[in-house]
Design a protein around this ligand. Sequence first.
Ligand SMILES: NC(=O)c1ccc[n+]([C@@H]2O[C@H](COP(=O)([O-])OP(=O)(O)OC[C@H]3O[C@@H](n4cnc5c(N)ncnc54)[C@H](O)[C@@H]3O)[C@@H](O)[C@H]2O)c1
Length: 289
Amino acid sequence: MKNFANKTAVITGGGGGIGKALAHMAADRQMNVVLADVQEDALVAAVSELENRQCPVIGVNTDSRQKAMIENLYTEAINKFGNVHLLFNNAGVVNGGPKVPIWKLPDVDWEWVYGVNFQGVLNGIQTFTQHMVRHGEEGHIVNTASIACFMPGGGPYNVSKYGVVVVSEQLALDLEAAESKIGASVLCPGWVDTGISDAERNRPSELKNDINPDGIGLGADKLLAGGKSPHDLAAAVFESIENDQFYIFPHPGWDYMLRAHTEAMLSRGAPYHFDLEAHVASRAAGQDI
Ligand SMILES: NC(=O)c1ccc[n+]([C@@H]2O[C@H](COP(=O)([O-])OP(=O)(O)OC[C@H]3O[C@@H](n4cnc5c(N)ncnc54)[C@H](O)[C@@H]3O)[C@@H](O)[C@H]2O)c1
C-alpha cells in the first residue's frame, strides 16, 4: 500500500503503546482513524489527542476477544468512514506473576491471554478481510505477534503469538491466491517502551486468579523502558507496509536466537536454552533487542 491520504485505518489496542503510535503515524498521513480499545479512559484520551490534530477519528469500546464486539467495530468504522483500508490487529496482553511449571498455569491465564492475542487477531481477520478484498482498493492487514514466540517454550503469550505468525502466513498466501490488492504482514517486535508489563490492568474480573498479582516480572519493566520507542516502531511498520514486506522483525539483535532455535530443531536434539542474562548483556553491548 502506497497511498494513505483520506483512507481509513482501524487499530485494535489503539488506546496506548504501539497502537496509539500507529494511530499518530496514520494521522501524519492524513488518514481517518478508528481506535478500538477495552480500556475506556485510555481510549478517550487517545481519541482526543487525535482530534486535537484535526484527524477524523472515532473510538469504539471493544474487547477484541469478543467476536460480536469486533463485528460492532466493523459496523461503526464502515458507517463513519466507508471502506476500511488498513487493519492493525494489535491488541495484546501478557499474564503476570511468578513463573510456574506449565502444568500449574491456571486455565484463566490461557483463556484471557490466548483469547486476546490469538482469538482477537482471528476475529479481526474474519470480520474485515472479505470487505477489504471486495472493495477493490489497495489496503493492508498487520497482525501483531512478537519475537518472543520464536523463543523455545513459553506459556500462553508465546503460544498465542506463534499462532498469529501461522495464521498471518496463511492470510498472506490466501490474499495472493485471490489476486487481491490487500497485503499482509506479521509484526514481531523485540522490546518496545510501552505499558504492556502492566497488562493485568485489563484482565476481566471473571478471569482473575491469585498467582498473578501484578507486573510480568523478569525485570521486564527495565527491558521495556530501554526498548524502541513506540514512534520508531510505528515508523518501521509503515515503511514495511509501503514496501509490502510480510515478516516485520524490527529488532535485528534477536536474529541469533532465531538461528539458534532453528539449528536446535534441525539437530533433532533438545530444545535450545535461551539465556536471558546474556541477552540483556548484548543490549549493553549495543545490540538492538
Ligand atoms: N511492548 C513490547 O515490547 C512488545 C513486544 C512484542 C510484541 N508486542 C505486542 O504489541 C502489541 C501492543 O502492545 P503494547 O506493547 O503497545 O502494550 P500496551 O499495554 O501499551 O498497549 C496495548 C493496548 O491494548 C489494549 N487492550 C488490552 N486488552 C484488550 C482487549 N481485550 N481488547 C482490546 N484492547 C485491549 C490496552 O488497553 C492497550 O491500550 C501487543 O499485541 C503486544 O503483545 C509488544
